[in-house]
Design a protein around this ligand. Sequence first.
Ligand SMILES: Nc1ncnc2c1ncn2[C@@H]1O[C@H](COP(=O)(O)OP(=O)(O)OP(=O)(O)O)[C@@H](O)[C@H]1O
Ligand SMILES: [Mg+2]
Length: 258
Amino acid sequence: MTDAGVAHNRDDSTATPRESLLVAENIIAGYVPEVDILRGCDLVLQEGELVGVIGPNGAGKSTLLKALFGLIPVRSGTVRLRGEDISNLPAHALVSKGIGYVPQNNNVFQRLTIEENLEMGLYQAPKRFLERFEVVAEVFPRIAERRKQRAGSLSGGERQMLAMARALMMDPSVLLLDEPSAGLSPALQDQTFVRARRINATGVSVVMVEQNARRCLQICHRGYVLDQGRNAYTNSGAELLHDPKVVELYLGTLAKVK
Ligand SMILES: Nc1ncnc2c1ncn2[C@@H]1O[C@H](COP(=O)(O)OP(=O)(O)OP(=O)(O)O)[C@@H](O)[C@H]1O
Ligand SMILES: [Mg+2]
């Protein structure tokens, strides 16, 4: 699909304030004791938003998603969902509160069929399978058509789609996507952005970490630039795309900004 398939920058700065759905405030987190990878990160996701997170390798983007999803301890700071403190709740509790997460790697069960993978996504509410399958099949028809096929036989791009489809099965209100376009051909990369937008259009608020920073900023409502575990820049996607400092430091000086 070409660029025309995706709506471009939407600047919501004039919209009336909406309820904050997910708020991470001053997050300090890491893996090894006494080594903080996130050193005071903030992130706000409003209801209905698609928020992009970009930044250099090792900036802490994946770590931020893991901290939001309870996979690593939040040492200091808070994560709130609709005002409720959810910091350090385990991932399964966050899933039942409506948060979905698609990790950067190893995100499907290769030996299981597509259908079984989708069932795993719905393990907390198995009776809803058919109802959710219909919704997910609309966004991912190619995946749904091949429900009896083993996930291991899918291409990289198709697996990425299946991972997103599985997270959608739970009918999340928040979806955390870690590098959905990584390792894919340009055409397939574009597909993942189109799908992320489509998922967002169904009412799911999305936080998307992406290496394809330019494309990410083109489609997100707001973007965060992380650098060395801290927020470096935050603005609408459009503003960040045209911010000379962001272009110079994070988007490449030789790259053209359309
Ligand atoms: N499991 C782990 N144990 C220890 N350190 C880790 C672990 N995972 C990541 N790190 C360290 O945390 C830092 C941030 O890593 P993270 O994966 O969050 O970066 P990123 O911004 O997602 O980078 P990339 O763009 O390469 O995916 C890096 O220095 C990395 O080495
Ligand atoms: Mg990462």
